[in-house]
Design a binder for this molecule. Sequence first.
Ligand code: NAI
Length: 250
Amino acid sequence: MDLTGKTAIVTGSGRGIGREIALKLAEAGANVVVNDFGIPEPANETVEQIKKLQRQSMVAMGDVSQAADVNRIVDMTVAAYGKLDILVNNAGITRDQLLLRMSDDDWDKVLTVDLKSVFLCTRSALRHMIRQRSGRIISISSIVGIIGNAGQANYASAKAGIIGFTKAIAKEVASRNITVNAVAPGFIDTAMTQQLPEERRQEMANKIPAGYLGTPRDVAEAVAFLASDEARYITGQVLTVDGGISLGKL
Ligand code: NAI
């Protein structure tokens, strides 16, 4: 997979899966804009690691659930690199709670950060990609958006929403040489899942046919493929990266 000379934005790439995607795209040759929200140190660290790979990189801090921030991030990217080839909508949060205890704020926050951000970033990126007549949009959904999970009604709704959004926009822009796909990871070993008690993590691992949690790298490999020229005829798809867990039990 050769992404030499491509420009990518990866949202929420200060750590976890986002950082690994940013590094993988850079290894494949892309220049990468690292977005994150909150303290800038993690994003700066991702940029340092990309520069060690001899690629160009910069931080574009901002809240991807706010239109003004999103437009600034995309404009900064195009001003610095002259184009935008790959957008990876990775930023996401959880606020787990059983439904009867879920507050309006728990619902709104997760839908805004996990789903509205995908709409805002994609709309902003497409303004440039449609003009260029090329582009790749890859959004990180979750198997929870496909098979559900108790205590995650907000997150499951947002992640399922990403899948519907992906299919609709894939149809809108297919004729412009732009593909729009989603990657649905299963249980991946990151800060998000490290919050869970060790007992629960072991329980999860036992349910995975592969027998272990995935790594951020497993997700990044799938994203890099969908970003490549080789994947030009794949659009509106959801690529599950989950060690087989969504296949269910016999
Ligand atoms: P993480 O919590 O380690 O990293 C998320 C990053 O997004 C953080 O750097 C955070 O600062 C950033 N972020 C949060 N809100 C933001 C905002 N409003 N604007 C910009 N950046 C923001 O999470 P992880 O595990 O790396 O997950 C990445 C994506 O993969 C998320 O969309 C998550 O839902 C998804 N995912 C994760 C799975 C897992 O098992 N870890 C499984 C399935 C999907």
